[in-house]
Design a protein. Structure first.
Length: 588
């Protein structure tokens, strides 16, 4: 929370410093940057010599005054300038591409390391937009505008120095335009930065809407919600259009203004310089050189103006990136390794609430005995799934403790703790890929074909896999859409078997299946639970009737515990639950 407040404070300041710090932390190649800037300086210095050569030609122009050696030197200088400029542009472009790649890599690594509460507060589409759209603006700044910026700065400084040496009075007149340009550019730059931030936020919203609608396209079509989603998307599109038009207005104001100022300076220099030439205070060659140097200043000013505008956009766009990079990570590797997971797990006086909301769990106490099955039943919304989230260490309780073998699980390294847990949920999420990809997903070791086949057989998944044309190489589609619910469940169970966990958590693993599928999946679950410390959330009596311990949870508290027979005698709501399930079974 503190880190987010810190990031927000930085964003309000609108400072370039956090942005530049973020870029510098990607560790761009110093030698490559030095060579690029060196070549850029060489290229610019060669360009600065050309007006002086022109001055001498104008002041003493005769065919005999130009030697072949001078022509060769000038040609070599031009070719050298072009080569140096080309190499400099390539190196700066490569640096820019590398910086953005490292930034995206760092951001992607960070997103995978962030705790679940971060994702509770941020929509997936917003987060995707940070990695793609926001970093693209940084990439454009570095690869397209940085070269012109450095060359422009060097060119302007060099040109002004030489112009002062040629005639300081005309140079002073020219420099009077600088305060006027700055007076206009600075406030417009702040407006562009603010607009860019709004533009990126709206782009993130649009990305979220697209992600939500397209990922649940079947729900959209089944609900006849196409018009609703179209209007929602169109709203974002029109907002983006309005912001783009506003940005265009600002750019339409900046570019002509700078052009007007530069043209005015050119007219002033020609007029004033012409008077000086006619009075003999200035040579014609000096005036020509001045005009050429003025042109060398005008073009870089446009480049620098574009760079500053893009820089303001990049600062505005990357405030959310900086906020994400400053967010707290999960302590994945800190802590002691868990050597023996086959020990009692004690949940003692645990209370938990999501943020500032009312408590979801209140003073929870129970123990999971190693190798035994504990079932949790009760009305929806009672906090059953939240218990799983606490055991998985997705969240930390506000009070109380969770211990294994007398040691707090928060003193253990997170990756070690989770490596001992197998989790099978009601949805049984699958990744886009083959059945083999899904069975071995997350494995930190090589898994043989024999192991895969054995796990599939124990999960009763081999029955349908062997009937598929491509067997284990069959593509399952996005989120496993090409498989039935029972098939997805059996793949999830086989994946858990391959993980070989000591602790097993089953979240309503058969609640959405038909009776035939439930029988097969329950047999697979029996194989999976054998000898493991198991915690089961279930709405079906068949899942819990043989459990060693049953906990009945209502409104965040445990109101009953014991075996099936114990609760039938002592707990009215459990008895009602059991009788209702028995009636359902009789109807089936």
């Amino acid at each position: 929370m503190k880190s987010e407040m810190k990031a927000d404070k930085k964003g309000k300041m609108g400072s370039w410093k956090p942005f530049l710090r973020m870029i510098w932390e990607t560790k761009p190649s110093k030698w490559m940057l030095g060579v690029a800037l060196g070549l850029s300086i060489v290229s610019t210095l060669v360009g600065l010599v050309v007006p002086l050569f022109t001055k001498n030609v104008v002041d003493s122009f005769t065919l005999t005054s130009i030697s072949s050696g001078q022509i060769v030197i000038l040609a070599v200088a031009f070719l050298g300038q072009a080569a140096a400029a080309g190499v400099s542009i390539y190196l700066l472009s490569r640096i820019g591409q590398t910086v953005v790649a490292k930034l995206r890599d760092r951001l992607w690594k960070k997103l995978l390391a962030l705790a679940i509460p971060y994702y509770d507060k941020h929509r997936t589409g917003d987060t995707i937009s940070r990695v793609t759209n926001d970093t693209a603006i940084v990439k454009g700044l570095i690869t397209e505008h940085m070269t012109g910026f450095f060359n422009g700065i060097i060119s302007i400084i060099g040109a002004i120095v030489i112009m002062v040496l040629l005639d300081w009075k005309m140079t002073l007149i020219m420099l009077l335009a600088v305060p006027l340009v700055l007076a206009v550019m600075l406030p417009i730059g702040r407006m562009i930065m603010k607009l860019s931030k709004s533009l990126q936020d709206e782009t993130a919203t649009f990305t979220s809407n697209l992600n939500q609608a397209l990922s649940e396209i079947r729900l959209v079509k089944a609900s006849n919600a196409e018009p609703l989603e179209y209007e929602r998307g169109k709203g974002s599109i029109m907002k983006l259009l309005q912001m783009g038009i506003r940005e265009g207005k600002l750019m339409a104001f900046i570019s002509p203004l700078i052009g007007l100022v530069m043209m005015g300076m050119l007219v002033l220099i020609i007029g004033y310089g012409g008077m000086r030439v006619s009075s003999g205070e200035l040579t014609a060659g000096d005036l020509v050189a001045f005009i050429l140097y003025l042109i060398q200043i005008v073009m870089p000013i446009n480049q620098i103006s574009s760079f500053v505008t893009q820089m303001n956009k990049a600062v505005g766009a990357t405030e959310r990136i900086i906020e994400t990079l400053d967010s707290a990570e999960e302590p994945t590797h800190s802590g002691d390794p868990l050597v023996n997971a086959r020990q009692p797990i004690a949940i003692e006086k645990v209370s938990f609430a999501y943020g500032d909301n009312d408590a979801v769990l209140k003073d929870i106490n129970f123990t999971l005995q190693p190798g035994k099955v504990t079932a949790i039943v009760g009305p929806s919304g009672g906090g059953k799934t939240t218990m799983f989230s606490l055991l998985e260490r997705f969240y930390e309780p506000q009070s109380g403790s969770i211990k294994i073998g007398g040691k707090s699980i928060y003193d253990l390294s997170l990756d070690s703790w989770r490596s001992h847990i197998g989790y099978v949920s009601q949805e049984s999420p699958l990744i886009a890929g083959t059945i083999r990809d899904n069975l071995t997903y997350g494995a930190n070791r090589e898994i043989s074909d024999a192991e895969i086949t054995y796990a599939a057989r124990m999960a009763y998944a081999d029955i349908f896999i062997e009937e598929l044309p491509d067997k284990y190489e069959t593509e399952v589609g996005e989120r496993g859409i090409k498989l039935s619910g029972g098939q997805r469940q059996r793949i999830a169970i086989a994946r858990a078997l391959l993980r070989d966990p000591s602790i097993l958590m089953l979240d309503e693993a058969t609640s959405s299946l038909d009776s035939k599928s439930e029988v097969v999946v329950q047999q697979a679950l029996d194989n999976l639970m054998d000898g493991r410390t198991t915690l089961v959330i279930a709405h079906r009596l068949s899942t819990v009737v043989d459990a060693d311990q049953i906990l009945f949870v209502e409104k965040g508290t445990i109101t009953g515990r014991g075996t099936h027979e114990d609760l039938l005698r002592s707990h009215e709501l459990y008895r009602e639950f059991a009788n209702q399930q028995l009636r359902i079974l009789e109807q089936v």
